[in-house]
Ligand binder design. Structure first.
Ligand code: CDP
Ligand code: MG
Length: 183
């Protein structure tokens, strides 16, 4: 079935910068339907559990920062003390908890044709500095992993979006009861 549901979170920087309406309207204009929405201040425990703690996730997150360093010709060991992607990923997860609990967030479930893939396309790649114009991350930020690491924080990239149909269903169940989601 191509009709899917996906989870989007407007992160604390999106809320602080007053971009909630602007960002949500992009999803609506693309034809996706909002079927659930709430604003909360997440706890560290919630964020810790929401993002995976698998070696696979650590490796993937760590590799993104190591790639940014490699492109700049910077030795990650001199900046963050290690070049092991899994260890780097664990540090990123700790900073991510700080970021995601630093202010209120808005959590939405969007529904529509190939919603998971379409939302990822509208959001753009993880690092705003390479996110193309027209994407949310590309249009509203120019942050990058190396600058973020320099300032001992994660990349401020405004939006979270599920990256697969299976993850989307897990993430939706994490934040919403089934009776809070409309059809
Ligand atoms: O959000 P997305 O799916 O694009 O990326 P992710 O790999 O699932 O990482 C989750 C979040 O951690 C990102 O959106 C960034 O805020 C942060 N992150 C980072 O700051 N630096 C990295 N090298 C990887 C992730
Ligand atoms: Mg992700």
């Amino acid at each position: 079935m191509p009709i899917e549901r996906t989870l989007v979170i407007l992160k604390p920087d999106a809320v602080q910068r007053g971009l909630v309406g602007e960002i949500i309207s992009r999803f609506e204009k693309a034809g996706l339907k909002i079927v659930a929405m709430k604003m909360i201040k997440a706890t560290p425990e919630q964020i810790e559990k929401f993002y995976p703690s698998s070696e696979e996730w650590y490796r993937s997150a760590g590799s993104k920062l190591l790639k940014a360093y490699q492109e700049l010709g910077i030795d990650p060991r001199s900046k963050i003390g290690t070049d092991d992607p899994v260890l780097v990923g664990k540090k990123i997860k700790e900073s991510l908890v700080k970021y995601m609990t630093s202010g209120p967030i808005v959590i939405l479930v969007l529904k529509g044709n190939r919603a998971v893939e379409v939302v990822r396309k509208l959001v753009g790649p993880t690092s705003p500095h390479i996110a193309p114009p027209g994407t949310i991350r590309g249009d509203y930020s120019c942050d990058s992993p190396d600058l973020a690491a320099e300032e001992d924080r994660v990349v401020y990239n405004l939006v979270h979006a599920s990256d697969s149909v299976a993850e989307a269903e897990r993430e939706i169940r994490f934040w919403f009861r089934e009776d809070e989601i409309l059809d």
